[in-house]
Design a binder for this molecule. Structure first.
Ligand code: HEM
Length: 468
């Protein structure tokens, strides 16, 4: 029953120091959390402590994680908590496996392709610029994490749906969405006042809005100067001979906003935090922007064509900074899988049916490939050092294998546009006594949200800052 190999260690031994109803144990690089009733995965992906019916093995280390990620469909299968699956809906990505999953990725690929990003870029820059001017015009400090969530939500509305809501409409929808996300990982009991019930109510409100909006959109036949993600999704599905039902469209849109929302906001907040902590890095970034002709920022007007993808991609130092933020503070701590059969990993047996959580954070923290891993050091990604290339799967903020993040290029573009707008047009100062502690659950974020005073730079200050 425990598998054929005698050399391996069966991890399910009760440790004497264990808390009565759950226990955890480290064997090799597999950290195991076991329970007879419930296992609580305390650092699960995007999640609050999550209840799983059964034991969960937490896997760390590049080689072990490689086996899990490359073993999708043979050793393991992606499986999210029950309430998440129910709230995101039957046609959601996270609920699909095998051929259906492969097909969904094919349909979704054009939505997040290079040419699609080029088409979204002006809207992204527009929304980011508006947010940055509001932050720097504010007389009170900005609480960065909620402000970044709000920003990501606005971008998602504009870029994914082509929706131009009023501020009041947006505020209302954003609150409903926040309530949906807060309850995505609740206990799987649909009872009055339960988290799941609140999540279902929020999801129904979102679907109602989306249905009205999608119908209006489908009825309009106006020609547009750019395509939003919903246009591309509908046309991609048609090209693959699969027109999507209204329910499928609504579920796809909600899932995409969810995938982008807290993750991108978390990374944007961590970027601002790290640049506050490391002014020399900010100065170097500002110098790169001056050299690229992006600082001082060209002002909006008929002549200004906006940022292009190639100008953003050419900013090497910015790229290393973002990579380093995602190494030190990966927004997603890991991913959920279920063992399809009993198999051995690093000397431990993982029995069929057990939950497996591959850990991004621990793997990146412990990787020998990174010198002084606790230091914020963007140059580790320079061509001269390339520390991330030393060991495959030691750097995986976007996961890996067949379920790797589909939106990673979009996420990087959003974070880069924010960095460019902030670094070229604002000065920033921490508005709290000391740097906040970071929470990693449900997703990496500062406990106080990160209080910062942003101030617009006068044109002469911009030149001086860049030269200093
Ligand atoms: C910094 C921001 C982001 C981070 C750190 C991130 C991270 C991840 C990770 C680690 C996974 C793999 C989960 C697993 O192995 O089970 C994933 C999957 C996914 N992400 Fe992202 N993500 C980000 C932004 C986005 C954005 C902006 C989108 C799209 C709008 C997106 C869409 C997706 C989708 C669709 C999947 C599921 C892929 C599949 O199951 O085949 N992500 N993301």
């Amino acid at each position: 029953m425990l598998g054929a190999t005698t050399a391996s260690t069966f991890p399910c031994q009760r440790a004497p120091w264990a808390f009565p109803w759950w226990e955890k144990r480290s064997i090799g690089s597999c950290r195991v959390q076991i329970s007879t009733l419930l296992a609580v995965s305390v650092s699960a992906m995007y999640s609050k402590p999550t209840c799983w019916a059964g034991p969960v093995v937490r896997v760390t280390g590049g080689e072990n994680v490689r086996r899990i990620l490359m073993g999708e469909h043979q050793l393991v299968l992606s499986q999210w908590p029950q309430s998440t699956r129910r709230l995101l809906g039957g046609s959601a990505f996270i609920n699909s496996v095998g051929d259906i999953h492969r097909f969904k990725r094919k349909v979704m690929t054009p939505v997040l392709s290079h040419s699609a990003l080029e088409s979204y870029l002006p809207s992204i820059q527009h929304v980011v610029r508006d947010a940055v001017s509001a932050w720097s015009a504010s007389l009170t400090p900005t609480t960065v994490y909620p402000a970044c969530k709000n920003l990501t939500f606005r971008i998602a509305m504009r870029v994914l749906l082509g929706f131009r809501p009023s501020d009041a409409e947006l505020e209302n929808l954003s609150n409903v969405f926040e309530q949906f996300v807060e309850n995505l990982f609740s206990l799987p009991f649909d009872l009055p006042f339960s988290g799941l019930r609140k999540g279902i109510n929020a999801r129904n409100k979102l679907h109602l809005f989306l249905e009205k909006f999608i119908l209006e959109k489908l009825e309009k036949s106006e020609t547009k100067d750019y395509l939003d993600a919903l246009d591309i999704l509908i046309s991609s599905a048609n090209q693959h001979d699969k027109s999507m039902s209204m329910l499928e469209l609504k579920e796809a849109v909600v899932e995409l906003i969810f995938a982008a929302y807290s993750t991108t906001a978390s990374a944007s907040t961590s970027l601002i935090l790290q640049l506050l902590k490391h002014p020399a890095v900010l100065t170097k970034l500002q110098e790169e922007l001056v050299d690229a002709g992006l600082s001082p920022p060209p002002t909006d007007g008929p002549e200004y064509e906006g940022l292009s993808l190639s100008s953003i991609m050419g900013l090497n130092y910015l790229d290393w900074v973002i990579k380093e933020v995602l190494r030190l503070l990966p927004p997603v701590s890991g991913g959920y899988r279920i063992a399809l059969k009993t198999f051995e990993l690093d000397g431990c047996q993982i029995p069929k049916g057990w939950g497996v959580m591959y850990s991004i954070r621990d793997t990146q923290d412990m990787a020998a490939a990174f010198s002084s891993p606790q230091n914020f050091d963007p140059e580790r990604f320079s061509p001269a050092r390339q520390e991330d290339a030393k060991e495959r799967f030691s750097y995986l903020p976007f996961g890996g294998g067949v379920r790797s993040c589909l939106g990673k290029e979009l996420a990087k573009v959003i974070i880069k546009v924010l960095a460019i707008e902030l670094a070229s047009s604002c000065s920033w100062e921490l508005a709290s006594q000391s740097f906040p502690q970071m929470h990693t659950v449900p997703i990496v974020h500062p406990v106080d949200g990160l209080l910062v005073c942003f101030r617009p730079l006068a044109p002469e200050d911009r030149a001086t800052e860049a030269r200093a």
